[in-house]
Design a protein around this ligand. Structure first.
Ligand code: ARG
Length: 462
């Protein structure tokens, strides 16, 4: 018998049962449903809707149900549509009549919204912990490689020399914004809808502040219709998780490219690589590829739920039951990807020589133009002059650093001063890095400051 069967005659069609049931996935909410029930029962007692004895019985039944869930002995019945019905059904089996009062002044509509909010708040906390774990690895890798130089790329073409530490810290910045976004999403999740009832609240004298406080919410919802039908907090979480996944996919892609034979900038640990079933020589970066690939399903969760929510009339609609699977999947996927990224960075072996070898002298061209600007040349003239030098070097199959003083002298346009060879001689990795001492630049001192600062915000400072 269904808990709502009062006004119905006959059984539901199996197709309806199949499409309607959410217990297969929302069983995951059991810890939150138990918590919500405990708080609700306490509140019902405090406003006089339960006797002290009834509360005691309900609390001991909830303890038993909690135990059954934790030790795996909870039996889901055919009639259990969702986790809320399953818990209430079992509590009533255990204590009889008081169980029939547990749902007083409540609907599954405000109950599910409460449970999902509690789940989201916990999940965000756990993901933020993992972000800090990955950040700790990135910071350590940055510290180990504070003197490693590689080209910074734009359009995947070598641009200018950069410290590897600076490159790694760019990911730390992304993770930092992710952390802020998740923190922000958690704030809006921390609003208690309990008491909104099915849609317009309840005529029974509930104490909404009490349940909110017991459950650790920071405030209560201001509108009952919105209280039961708001899933913005799920969408915001999915959006923040999508951006995390997008960042991780960029990291994954860089590791795939860097570990390729052609780049050879790093070797991925054996523990995060796999072999080929056909090609014996292969060592494939599957972990990094899947970090990249998993982003797709996280974005799908976001766009899927946006589509579900779009156009829904107020207030609760059963469509909203479709919020849970995308949320759970995105949380699990991002969690797994963060762990994969963390161990990949932990076991990463950087080939500093290959990185240094990729710093071909052309990547000093911008430095040369800037040296000329410091001498008073307009930027456009400096850019033009250096461009000509690069073209000359290319035509002689040389790099700009190999040009002789005479060759350098011939590179100027009609009527322009030729570039002084002394400037060309100044160029090099040492000058390139040292000269970028502006805030946020790649000079060692700046990068060291960024490392120290990142350690503080991420709680990794000793
Ligand atoms: N399983 C439902 C969900 O996840 C719970 C709320 C059902 N409410 C209702 N009136 N049928 O959304």
């Amino acid at each position: 018998m269904k808990l709502w069967s009062g006004r119905f005659s006959g059984a539901t069609h199996p197709a309806l049962d199949a499409i309607n049931k959410s217990i297969a996935f929302d069983i995951r909410l059991w810890p939150y449903d138990i918590r919500t029930n405990r708080a609700h029962a306490k509140m019902l007692r405090s406003v006089g809707l339960l006797s002290a004895d009834e509360l005691r019985l309900l609390e001991s039944a909830l303890d038993s149900v909690e135990k059954e869930f934790s030790d795996g002995s909870f039996e889901v019945h055919e009639s259990d549509e969702d986790i809320h019905m399953a818990v209430e059904r079992r509590v009533t089996e255990l204590v009889g009549d008081p169980g029939r009062k547990l749902h007083t002044a409540r609907s599954r509509n405000d109950q599910v919204a409460t449970d999902v909010r509690l789940f989201t708040m916990d999940a965000i906390g756990a993901i933020r912990e993992q972000i800090r774990g990955l950040v700790a690895e990135l910071i350590q890798a940055a510290e180990r490689s504070i003197d490693v130089v590689l080209p910074a790329y734009t359009h995947l073409q070598p641009g200018q020399p950069v410290l590897l530490a600076h490159h790694l810290l760019a990911y730390v910045e992304m993770m930092r914004r992710d952390d802020q976004r998740l923190d922000d999403a958690a704030k809006r999740a921390a609003v208690s809808p309990l008491g909104s009832g099915a849609c317009v609240g309840t005529s029974l004298p509930v104490d909404r502040q009490m349940t909110a406080d017991l459950l650790g919410f920071s405030s209560i919802s201001r509108n009952s219709l919105d209280g039961v039908s708001d899933r913005d907090f799920v969408l915001e979480t999915l959006s923040a998780l999508s951006i995390v996944a997008m960042h991780l996919s960029r990291l994954g892609e860089e590791l795939v490219v860097w570990s390729s034979k052609e780049f050879g900038f790093c070797r991925l640990g054996d523990s995060v690589s796999t072999g080929s079933s056909m090609m014996p020589q292969k060592k494939n970066p599957d972990g990094a590829e899947l970090i990249r690939g998993k982003a797709g399903r996280v974005f799908a969760s976001l766009s899927g739920l946006l589509t579900t929510m779009k156009g829904l009339p107020l207030a609760y609609n059963k469509d909203m039951q479709e919020d849970k699977e995308p949320l759970f999947d995105a949380v699990d996927t991002v969690s797994l990807s963060l762990e994969m990224a963390r161990v990949t960075i932990e076991t990463l072996e950087v080939d500093r020589n290959r990185m240094a070898a990729a710093v071909s002298p052309e990547v000093f061209a911008t430095d040369l133009a800037e040296l000329l600007v410091l001498e008073g040349l307009p930027l456009r003239s400096a850019h033009e002059a250096v461009g000509q030098l690069v073209r000359l070097a290319e035509s002689l199959a040389k790099t700009i650093s190999d040009l002789t003083a005479d060759e350098v002298a011939t590179a100027a346009s009609e009527g322009d001063e030729p570039i002084d060879i002394a400037f060309v001689q100044k160029l090099g990795i040492e000058h390139a890095i040292r000269s970028k001492s502006i805030v946020g630049g790649t000079a060692t001192s700046e990068v060291q400051t960024a490392i120290d600062e990142a350690k503080i915000w991420s709680g990794n400072a000793q």
